[in-house]
Ligand binder design. Structure first.
Ligand code: OGA
Ligand code: NI
Length: 346
């Protein structure tokens, strides 16, 4: 029986049809022919002059993107092409290891920091997703690296270096986003308490019928901000005005998206936008999101500078721990958790 295997990767290469437990109800299917494909899907922002005389211009571009799209792509982000290609290469190598080797990292317990798993949350979901994923905690590195896979042999060292570089990019972006909201440069960073940085290495195998299932169904990211690296196979789609837009990969760029916590801090000025990953018949796809998050004890709420008579607080304050627990329990079925934390004014 299909469901008796723990992981999808090897199973996917043997099946001619999508196993029943991955098939969505007709009303929940991706309808791929309705997806809009265009060259200008989400804004592309050049960070070259972020610390030069054009900073305010770049901040304006960031503000517009965060208000309208919740997503943008960045180039000239300082992370080298060699490092990017090496990260994607390592990810592919990991998922090509024999299943018995990969399974040493397996766990279906979402509270476990470093683990290989499949779908989203196999303990609670009714329909599975066409994805295996390795989830790693990456900050502080020394607390976690020893729990990461030790195969491929350079995995720990190279991924740790990648994490440190992405963290640098995140911190530059958080400053820029704070400033673009009219807040002090360090506002968002300061509200995080001890920061958390997680990453997922998502592996979406080729699928016999991509119209029946998802890599990941529509959801918003529960964290603060996500920095996504993807290979050259399309699959990410974002929702704009009720329509799905395909985000086609551009080499050497990262995709940045606003998560739920920045929507809260910005008091709804910036949007955490629904997105999904679809799969395709012929090619495997790899995506590597870095999720930057507050520590579980950090108190999150709208920045007081952004609350006044015209803009009353849309959300109550809460700890990130409380939010995150609700997110994993609810699953991805009901797209966004934010509604559960709204004040009565809305
Ligand atoms: C995610 C996500 C999109 C992708 O992991 O939260 O949205 O393209 N991934 O894999
Ligand atoms: Ni996401």
């Amino acid at each position: 029986m299909a469901g008796s295997k723990l992981l999808l990767t090897d199973l996917a290469s043997t099946v001619k049809q999508v196993p029943y437990n991955y098939v969505r109800r007709i009303s929940e299917r991706p309808n791929l022919s309705d997806v809009q494909v265009s060259d200008v899907s989400i804004p592309l922002i050049d960070l070259q002059d972020l610390y030069g005389p054009n900073r305010s211009d770049i901040l304006k571009q960031i503000a517009l993107a965060c208000q309208h799209d919740g997503f943008f792509q960045v180039k000239n982000h300082v992370i080298s092409e060699v490092m990017i290609n090496n990260m994607l290469h390592l990810a592919r190598e990991f998922f090509q290891l024999p299943e018995s080797e990969r399974l040493k990292n397996y766990s279906d317990d979402p509270s476990k920091a470093n683990r290989l798993s499949t779908s989203f949350n196999v303990r609670t979901e009714k329909v599975a997703n066409w994805r295996d994923f390795l989830r790693l905690h990456c900050f502080p590195l020394e607390d976690h690296v020893h729990e990461w896979p030790s195969n491929p042999p350079s995995f720990r060292e190279d991924v740790a270096e990648y994490c440190t570089s992405v963290r640098g990019l995140v911190l530059r972006l958080l400053e820029a986003i704070s400033e673009s909201l009219g807040l002090k440069r360090d506002h968002i960073e300061k509200t995080l308490s001890k920061h958390g940085q997680h990453m997922a290495i998502n592996y979406y195998p080729p699928c016999p019928d991509p119209e029946l299932t998802y890599g990941l169904p529509g959801h918003t990211d529960p964290n603060l901000i996500t920095i996504l690296l993807q290979d050259d196979v399309p699959g990410l789609q974002v929702l704009r005005n009720g329509k799905w837009i395909a985000v086609n990969p551009i080499p050497n760029t990262f995709i940045v998206n606003i998560g739920d916590q920045i929507q809260v801090i910005s008091n709804d000025r910036y949007k955490s936008v629904v997105h999904r990953a679809v799969v395709n018949c012929n090619k495997e796809r790899i995506s590597i999101p870095t999720f930057y998050c507050p520590s579980p004890d950090a108190l999150i709420g709208p920045a007081t500078e952004l609350v006044d008579d015209e803009h009353p607080a849309v959300y109550r304050s809460f700890t990130y721990g409380e939010y995150y627990e609700k997110f994993w329990k609810r699953g991805l079925a009901t797209e966004c958790c934010l509604d559960m934390f709204k004040t009565s004014i809305t």
